[in-house]
Write a protein that binds this ligand. Structure first.
Ligand code: ZN
Length: 273
């Protein structure tokens, strides 16, 4: 009845404080992005296989609205409430599974996680398979370096999104790759392709050994893919290849790459070695 009389609701609001928060939702999820909103408030993106990708508010100083703070990369079962007046979701409670603390202590791992978040948000998908891929990758960042985990995540992500082919046959002309074939890239299709379908004049190439490594990565579950043996130089080349590929596949959409922070960090590391 109240919904039919919004003015009445507004007038009697102080008396209805417990009825004020009407809609509730609960589900497994993880905070994958957090941005400053007004004052001390934050706007966060919750990735939940059952609830979808939801924008939730975390209210900082305002005691009038009770909400739980959820740091970036907190995974757990989230209890949400939706304000009738603002239409915004906020977090009422979290049964925490992991806070992924290592991601807040290591710049490289933090940027890898930011890239994974960018890709999930760009895909606009809350598919359970993608959720498992994302949280597994975050968990693996605790034990493995960011390039290893990023390659495995990106290869599986692109495959799940139908953006990669199988690294055995060209997704454009369907021809099986030769053993010694160097793959090119099709800007039209946004995928690695055979040398004949290459539209980039061999400026983004995947050599035979790298292709076999990527194919093997795709065949294995993420936990096993990160254990594949590869030289650190080869790993770094494949990692750089995928950063360039993502920049071409999702122009202007991946904040973590477009910010340039990643490139600067990598150059610093290279200088140190
Ligand atoms: Zn082809």
């Amino acid at each position: 009845m109240l919904a039919l009389f919004p003015s009445l609701l507004t007038v009697t609001l102080p008396l209805l404080i417990f009825g004020y928060m009407e809609h509730e939702a609960k589900g497994l999820g993880i905070i994958i992005r957090t941005e400053k909103a007004r004052d001390t408030d934050r706007s966060e993106t919750l990735f939940s296989p059952s609830l979808g990708l939801i924008r939730v508010m975390s209210y900082g100083a305002r005691k009038s609205i009770k909400s739980v703070k959820a740091p970036l990369y907190t995974e757990g079962t989230f209890s949400l409430e939706k304000s009738i007046r603002s239409g915004r979701w906020s977090i009422r409670d979290i049964d925490v599974i992991s806070i992924h603390s290592v991601l807040h202590e290591d710049l490289g791992k933090n940027m890898a996680a930011a890239l994974f978040s960018d890709l999930v948000i760009t895909s606009r998908s809350a598919d359970p398979l993608l959720y498992r891929l994302y949280v597994t990758a975050l968990d693996l960042l605790e034990d493995y370096d960011e390039e290893t985990v990023a390659i495995a995540f990106i290869v599986h992500f692109l495959s799940q999104e139908g953006l990669s082919g199988d690294y055995l046959t060209c997704p454009v002309c369907q021809r099986p790759y030769r053993d010694d074939e160097i793959l090119g890239f099709s800007l039209i299709e946004g995928v690695p392709v055979c040398s004949e379908c290459d539209t980039m004049d061999s400026s983004l190439i995947l050599p035979p050994n790298a292709r076999r490594f990527v194919r093997r990565t795709l065949e294995l579950e993420l936990d096993d893919a990160v254990c594949l043996s590869v030289s650190s130089m080869q790993r770094h080349r494949i990692f750089r290849y995928f950063l360039r590929l993502l920049r071409l596949s999702f122009p202007g959409k991946l904040r973590s790459i477009e910010s340039g922070i990643w490139d600067m960090h990598k150059e610093e590391v290279a200088d140190e070695n």
